[in-house]
Design a binder for this molecule. Sequence first.
Ligand code: B1M
Length: 211
Amino acid sequence: MTDLSLLAQALDGGDREKTVELTQKALDAGDNAQDIVAQGLQAGMAAVGEKFSSGEYFLPDMLMAARAMKAALEVLAPALEETGIPTIGKVVIGTVEGDMHDIGKNVVATFLSGNGFEVFDLGLNVSAQKFIDEVKEKKPDILGMSALLTTTMPLMGKVIKALEEMGLRSSVKVVVGGAPVTQDYADYIGADGYAHDGGRAVPVCRELVGK
Ligand code: B1M
């Protein structure tokens, strides 16, 4: 197994070329794609977040790391999506309005489609109305919402309320996640499921569709 801490360091340093190179090397060495995400890329991003919080890093540092991570995820996508599993459920997913963080949501979407779900990714900055419209149109088994900011988290609760008001709540299971989201918060807003990370999102969604 490759030393994935080197990958974490490259991402932390915002070095896109090195991040992509080390991701490819780890894949070639036979490392599991989900481990590469968790122990390499996500570990690096966690370090970036801590340094941003402490004032050591600024917005451009976060942006460089985000670009490096996106490029590495493109390298990993075929391995993450490799599956022979037939479709086990439909998911509509997006990052809530006002929130421009989509890396984690993309990881979750990739993990889900790699594990047999048909995924409709609405992207980021998705309004409550858009979520509702897509639930009406696509009739998914699961609606997934991601929020990375404490200021955007409440939109998830608003969507759940709107689903209730429109008589749509019982037609869809709602799963929420994102760094500031907790199981307690998910319970508080009336979500059906919460996942701490992309790997966990898979069993949570499988359970909700009874598979
Ligand atoms: Co932002 N940012 N950011 N940022 N950023 C955070 C979130 C922050 C915690 C950094 C910090 O202060 N330590 C902080 C939020 C503080 C708070 O709300 N309390 C913050 C801030 C303040 C901001 C700005 C306000 C900064 C500014 O402008 N002054 C600004 C806001 C912009 C906006 O959204 N309106 C901003 C901007 C940005 C960038 C654009 C530069 C960039 C995002 C680029 C992009 O996504 N395209 C960015 C980044 C990269 C981060 C950090 C460093 C990393 C986020 C990330 O991609 N992590 C982040 C610090 C941190 O989280 N430690 C930070 C890797 C990713 C794989 O993990 O997203 O947690 P994560 O996803 C995980 C799980 O959470 C879970 O599974 C995923 C995969 O395992 N998950 C789900 C996520 N969604 C799920 C949905 C599910 C289930 C699980 O079900 C549906």
